[in-house]
Design a protein around this ligand. Structure first.
Ligand code: ADP
Ligand code: MG
Length: 944
């Protein structure tokens, strides 16, 4: 009751809204005769005239009636189609940034030309988004004549186009293309290194065709650009593996011998301290030793004694005595592994230094104080020292991870090896987690251990949801045949109103109530009977199935029955369109998945109206009413004859999962026999109820995705706008100076304590930091230090850094320096932003897994995400300055040629419109010179 009442209110609101627009339509109609009187040239001149009037202050709304009249006239001349009044209405609604619900076949393509033209008068671009490339091309060509006559250019962006063509297309007055292309171009633009390379211009006005499909169905999976990341450590894994194996062999032998000794003692009945110590040694050397684990399981008392001994020795600080005899010590609880001196000797063999990290600060000071070296030599030796420092650190890290992999991670427990890949086994659920990788090199270590090739790691380089992409447009509008059922979602998420535009001609399609069978088998039997009957009669029928698999099954049966038919489920949109276009011919049977062939309307063949027009036969209800309506809407376009009916069974997913009980009992009450279908109002209502519930669930999933993405969206906006600013070259110097100020200040405040005398300050960490970031070691004389305050120290270091910075600029010449400065910032931003994307991904996953008790996981995600972002921003500054302060004069190559290009994979879900694309571009190797011009190897500089 209430439902109907509400519907009336909404219905009348829709009418009220439309009524308000009626005068505009009248006005456009009044202008028609005058437009008819214009020559083609005069009609074209209108475009310039409108633009001038806009320049003088008129608004688009002022001009709308005239502009629409001009477009309509152009259409009549070029295409022989005169926009119907309802199409004018649709056009106005679109111009107002709303969703126009116009049924299939009402001519949305033509309606869109009106607002596209009008908004293009501002010369900021008008975009039309289609669901596939085929429609983008078709619509742009089809409507292109109108724009051409009016002196407006049209562009199409389709898959496989190069950047140059894309740029031209985006710069056209009006551009057509798919959501994927537009979204990916946006992401790609924000990874570029110069404004000239960017293909998109501002996001001004967009109309999304089949808006429900794009903004609702496809919005559940974000667009992702990913690419391989290569870590310099990777080379170490393979080379270190034999060493680690040797280490493990030695350790195993040793552990076996002490285990034997312990067992012998136990057999003799000696469970004294000595025995326990031996067992403790086993535990620390190989906690997962099967023999040892077996003993522990059999005698829990022993385990207790070992643990007690361990903590006793730890407090006595004598645990090392036991450890010293081992090659490495494994801590299962911390999941950590450390080699002992004995192990280190074995590892390093005759290369004593390989596993000893040099003391950087001390080393640098020594070099500085060495009177025998000149400035140049000092620099060179310093660089060598730095290189050795980072190489050793990397090697040691890899060795540590390998040890962990060998002792703590077991095949078929923690991971499995399948088809040359190491796949993690989830420790809670025991499920395989393909695609997931352990971080921090551990995965590579396990791969090396198992002898499978160390995989290049794929990382998200950029990502965005459609929701967030389209919300960036200054004005967003949409059109579709089916939006009304999703109106609340459009309102809530996109702030889009839906207006239902009446049809041009009265809709006379007959929608029969659903029929329901007990089993799927009976249902399909009846479906085939019905198709046979219609086919014999000659009436065309469009059969909708909800999956490819079901459409194929039905096709097989029809073949057996000798009924000629077409099946639509391929991903070839061009052919789909062709088949759909024929679906209204006499005697045609077309089987289609619900979504296939969108955008093409079905024209009835000769004599078909007399047979009742196109009949739509649904073989199952979809989860969403909207999709069902779309299928129905294929029939009865523009006042055509037509009919529709859905066949269901209690075994259908929707019925099984949602609300089958109520329906089943209702059916029992109504009395249902084998092969006897049932047709009842109550059942249809129950089904609709089930659909509404599923729609609600799906809405929540999408809302949830969006809420999580919003956190990232804020960050993305900040990062991308910073990138833009850098690309424009604005205020680079000021930004760098601010960075210097900030970092110096923070470093001093962090490392000194104003309550303590300056002589007692430990300036070591500060010096290390200054060297690390600014590339110089501050020198303080004894006398100087005692007079320092935090403020004077800050001033002094700032000044020193600034001087150095200015000197660099002079050395290199302003222009190059300006360029390099931008590059350094971009690279720092990109590098860390991508790390951040990865970390945010992990955070999201982690938060899903962590049982958060009373806490709201979204809030936790926001909180932690924010603090990660702040840390990232800090790091970007450090990274930038580190690069800048190390730029050297010797520039051997043109910097602009050396911009790193990444290999990228674009994806949208597993089954999005277009398949993932691989773009191969040369990338810089880790050992190549860094493109920032520092002269260092890439991996030691921006790539490090
Ligand atoms: P929709 O996208 O709304 O489903 P289309 O834009 O594909 O519909 O148009 C459906 C059909 O209607 C097309 O074949 C088109 O030629 C025809 N059509 C649209 N508008 C008009 C018009 N004003 N006059 C004549 N035919 C029209
Ligand atoms: Mg269309």
């Amino acid at each position: 009751m209430l439902g109907r009442f509400l519907k009336n209110v909404i219905g009348s609101k829709n009418e009220r809204e439309l009524k308000k627009l009626a005068p505009v339509v009248t006005r456009i109609n009044e202008l028609e005769p005058r437009c008819k009187g214009l020559s083609d040239t005069q009609l074209r001149a209108k475009t310039g005239e409108f633009k001038e009037r806009i320049a003088k202050g008129e608004t688009l709304d002022d001009i709308m009636p005239e502009a629409f009249a001009v477009v309509r006239e152009a259409s009549v001349r070029v295409l022989g189609m005169r926009h119907f009044d309802v199409q004018l209405l649709g056009g106005i609604v679109l111009h107002h940034g709303k969703i126009a619900e116009m049924k299939t076949g009402e001519g949305k393509t033509l309606a869109a030309t009106l607002p596209l033209y009008l908004n293009a008068l501002l010369e900021r671009g008008s975009h039309l988004i289609t669901v596939n490339d085929y429609l983008a091309k078709r619509d742009a060509e089809w409507m292109g004549g109108i724009y051409g006559l009016l002196g407006m250019s049209v562009g199409v962006i389709v898959h496989g186009m190069d950047d140059q063509k894309r740029k031209i297309a985006y710069n056209a007055d009006i551009a057509y293309g798919t959501n994927n292309e537009f979204g990916f171009d946006y992401l790609r633009d924000n990874m570029k290194f110069s404004l000239d390379d960017c293909v998109q211009r501002e996001l001004h006005f967009v109309i999304v065709d089949e808006v429900d499909s794009i903004l609702i169905d496809e919005s559940r999976t974000p667009l992702i650009i990913s690419g391989p990341i290569e870590r310099s450590e990777d080379v170490f894994y393979a080379t270190l593996k034999p060493l680690i194996i040797k280490l493990k062999e030695h350790q195993d032998r040793f552990v076996r011998s002490i285990l034997n000794r312990a067992q012998a003692r136990l057999r003799e009945g000696k469970d004294d301290d000595k025995t326990i110590e031996l067992l403790l040694q086993v535990k620390r050397g190989d906690p997962k030793n099967p023999c040892f684990l077996d003993m522990m399981a059999k005698e829990p008392g022993l385990k207790k004694m070992i643990d007690r001994m361990e903590s006793f020795l730890a407090t006595q600080k004598t645990l090392y005595v036991l450890d010293e005899e081992l090659y490495c010590v494994i801590d299962e609880q911390d999941r950590s592994a450390n080699w002992t001196d004995k192990g280190l000797r074995l590892l390093s063999g005759d290369q004593q230094d390989a596993f000893v990290i040099p003391d950087l600060i001390e080393g640098l000071q020594e070099i500085d104080n060495d009177p025998h070296l000149n400035f140049r030599e000092k620099k060179r030796i310093k660089r060598e020292l730095e290189a050795r420092y980072s190489e050793t650190s990397e090697r040691m890290h890899a060795a540590q991870q390998l040890i962990k992999a060998c002792w703590l991670f077991n095949k078929d427990v923690d991971y499995v090896v399948k088809e040359g890949q190491v796949i993690i086994v989830d420790e809670f659920t025991g499920r395989l987690m393909p695609g997931r990788r352990w971080s921090d090199g551990l995965h590579q270590a396990v791969e090396a251990k198992e002898g499978v090739s160390v995989a290049e790691e794929n990382q998200t380089l950029a990502t965005i949801t459609f929701q967030n992409y389209f919300r960036m447009y200054a004005k967003l509008a949409g059109m579709t045949g089916t939006a009304d059922t999703e109106a609340p979602e459009f309102k809530k998420i996109y702030d889009l109103d839906v207006l239902v535009i009446p049809t041009h001609k009265k809709m006379i399609r007959e929608d029969y109530p659903d029929v329901i069978y007990k089993t799927e088998r009976e249902k399909f039997k009846a479906v085939v009977e019905e198709i046979k009957e219609l086919h014999t009669k000659g009436q065309p029928v469009l059969v909708g199935t909800i999956s490819i698999e079901k459409s194929e099954r039905l096709s097989k049966t029809l073949r057996k029955e000798g009924i000629k038919h077409q099946v639509l489920n391929a991903k070839n949109h061009e052919r789909e369109a062709e088949i759909i276009a024929q679906a209204g011919q006499n005697g045609t049977v077309t089987i289609s998945t619900n979504m296939a062939g969108r955008g093409t309307d079905i024209v009835l063949g000769d004599g078909v109206p007399g047979l009742g027009g196109l009949h739509v036969l649904g073989t199952e209800r979809h989860e969403s009413r909207r999709i069902d309506n779309q299928l129905r809407g294929r029939s009865g376009r523009q006042g055509d004859q037509g009919s529709s009916r859905f066949y269901l069974s209690l075994e259908d997913d929707l019925m099984r999962i949602f609300g089958s009980e109520r329906i089943a009992s209702a059916m029992d009450r109504l009395g249902m026999e084998e092969d006897q279908p049932i047709e009842h109002q109550m059942i249809s209502r129950a089904i609709e109820g089930a659909q509404k519930r599923v729609e609600g669930i799906n809405f929540n999933i999408r809302k949830n995705l969006l809420e999580y993405d919003d956190v990232m969206n804020q960050q993305r906006k900040v990062i991308y706008s910073q990138r833009r600013q850098i690309l424009k070259g604005d205020l680079l110097k000021e930004t760098v100076k601010d960075m210097i100020d900030e970092l110096v200040e923070a470093a001093v405040l962090d490392t000194t304590d104003p309550k303590v005398f300056p002589e007692e300050w430990n300036l070591g960490p500060l010096s290390e930091y200054m060297y690390n970031v600014f590339g110089f070691l501050p020198q303080f004389s004894k006398g100087e230090i005692k007079d320092l305050t935090q403020a004077t120290l800050i001033d002094r270091l700032k000044q020193e850094a600034l001087d150095l910075y200015e000197k660099k600029e002079e050395e290199i010449d302003s222009q190059s320096f300006h360029f390099l400065q931008g590059m350094a910032m971009l690279q720092a931003i990109d590098e860390l932003w991508m790390d951040n994307l990865l970390a945010m991904d992990q955070l999201k996953e982690g938060i899903g897994l962590r049982g958060y008790g009373q806490m709201d996981p979204l809030k936790e995600y926001q909180k932690e995400g924010y603090s990660m972002f702040i840390t990232m921003v800090e790091k970007i500054k450090e990274h930038t300055l580190r690069t800048l302060f190390r730029i050297r004069v010797a520039l051997q190559e043109q910097p602009s040629d050396a911009i790193p290009k990444r290999e990228m994979v674009l994806s949208h879900g597993g089954n999005g419109g277009s398949a993932p694309v691989k773009r191969k571009t040369p990338k810089i190797g880790r050992n190549d010179p860094c493109p920032c011009g520092s002269g260092k190897k890439y991996k030691r500089c921006c790539g490090g």
